[in-house]
Design a protein around this ligand. Structure first.
Ligand code: PLP
Length: 405
């Protein structure tokens, strides 16, 4: 069934405004998506009526908040089909989720001379934490490259994985190239050599139905704010067998079992990894966002977003001098490009004058910029509330602006 986009857009009041005198066209969804009123109202209602710290006191509000927080964990668990709620850790977002694994997994399993594999197309959040861990542990970071089309050179993976490889980290969907990576194949290949796999799902979870058990991944990291939820909240899925063996990431309240000055023992997962007061209002908003997505036909949304990508790609390719970076056969709704003779920042600024929000810059992916030998790119990224009319307006705006240069 084709989703009723005009009805969906009514749930996102932010979209209904003029920017610089023009109707807003929001094409910066890969950076952060907008929140439906259902999420905003749920969080407001919660703050107005229920707020209290969780897991601590026995009073009415504390119990209600704890129940809502744990119910949110259960909603996230169901959304990704984790085997148990203990495998879902609330974090600030993808960045913290990856840092948590890089630190705790590194402490437990990585020693001098070991190897960690990432890919050339990763966001900095899936490079730097591993680099920091490798420096700490004396390990070596290895990189699986991509070809000019924006596809990982999977054929090199087998020789890249050695008996020293301790973990492999890869994006589900690239935030620059839009490539949907063959993560199932990568996981299978890595597991054949007993190498666990972390999936950076920041750009995957917002657009696809995720089933971590079916995928078989060891870790899956994602953010609430890219999934129509609030900022400052995200999740890390981790297989119980790893979480049980990994030491805590941060110390503080809630992550302990018993503290004495001589020795502290730790709580069970997920609490072992949730030191301090968590962002429980965010977690409740995150769950509301998931419920909002689930109130739609997810398959229809995926298909619609793909149509947006196809139409936009066809239109952009008609523009002389426009180069698209990343033309993988499996792509999600992200298009990065440059127009010959036009600085991406100028283009971004002029598009903004026309009410069109795109991202410009290095997109937290320096190695991707280096691969193509460019300093910056322009990125458009779509969500299911975007329309074909917006793509048309964008195309016309590009034609007009290009003629000005
Ligand atoms: N990984 C990818 C692929 C991303 O696109 C992003 C954000 O753009 C991140 C990680 C970091 O996400 P966050 O800033 O929500 O932690």
């Amino acid at each position: 069934m084709i989703p009723d986009i005009s009805k969906i857009r009514k749930d996102f009041p932010i979209l209904d405004q003029n920017v610089n005198g023009k109707p807003l066209i929001y094409f910066d969804n890969a950076a952060t998506s907008q929140r439906p009123i259902q999420v905003i109202e749920r969080m407001n209602e919660f703050s107005l009526r229920t707020n209290a710290n969780i897991h601590r006191a026995t009073h009415y509000l504390a119990n209600k908040t704890t129940e809502a927080f744990e119910a949110s964990r259960e909603i996230v668990r169901q959304y990704i089909n984790a085997a148990e709620a203990a495998e879902v850790i609330f974090t600030q977002g993808t960045t913290e989720s990856i840092n948590l694994v890089a630190f705790s997994f590194g402490e437990a399993f990585v020693s001098s001379g070991d190897e960690v594999i990432v890919t050339e197309m990763e966001h900095h959040a899936n490079i730097v934490p591993w680099q920091m861990m490798c420096e700490r542990r004396g390990a070596i970071l290895k990189v699986l490259p991509f070809n000019d089309n924006g596809e990982l050179q999977i054929e090199l993976l087998d020789s890249l994985i050695t008996n020293k490889t301790r973990i492999l980290a890869v994006a589900h969907v690239s935030n620059t190239l839009g490539t949907i990576n063959p993560i199932r194949e990568i996981i299978l290949q890595a597991h054949l050599k007993n190498v666990p796999v972390l999936i950076d799902g920041a750009q995957g979870a917002p657009h696809f139905k995720i089933d971590v058990q079916d995928l078989g991944c060891d870790f899956y990291a994602f953010s609430g704010h890219k999934l129509y939820g609030p900022t400052g909240i995200g999740a890390l899925y981790g297989k119980r067998k790893w979480l049980d063996q990994m030491p805590p990431f941060m110390g503080g309240g809630e992550m302990i079992d018993r503290v004495t000055f001589e020795k502290t023992t730790y709580n069970q997962p997920p609490y072992k990894f949730e030191a301090g007061t968590p962002n429980y209002v965010g977690a409740i908003g995150f769950a509301a966002a998931i419920k909002y997505i689930q109130s739609h036909d997810v398959q229809a949304i995926v298909a619609y977003e793909h149509d947006l990508l196809t139409v936009a790609t066809e239109k952009l390719k008609q523009i002389d001098g426009l180069k698209i970076y990343g033309e993988a056969s499996m792509k999600a709704g992200v298009i990065c490009f440059n127009i010959e003779g036009v600085h991406p920042f100028d283009l971004g600024t002029l598009l903004d004058q026309l009410g069109i929000a795109v991202r410009t810059g290095r997109l937290c992916a320096d190695p991707v910029m280096d691969h193509y030998g460019v300093e910056n790119m322009v990125r458009t990224s779509f969500a299911f509330y975007n329309t074909f009319d917006e793509i048309n307006a964008f195309y016309k705006a590009l034609i007009r602006l290009k003629a000005m240069f």
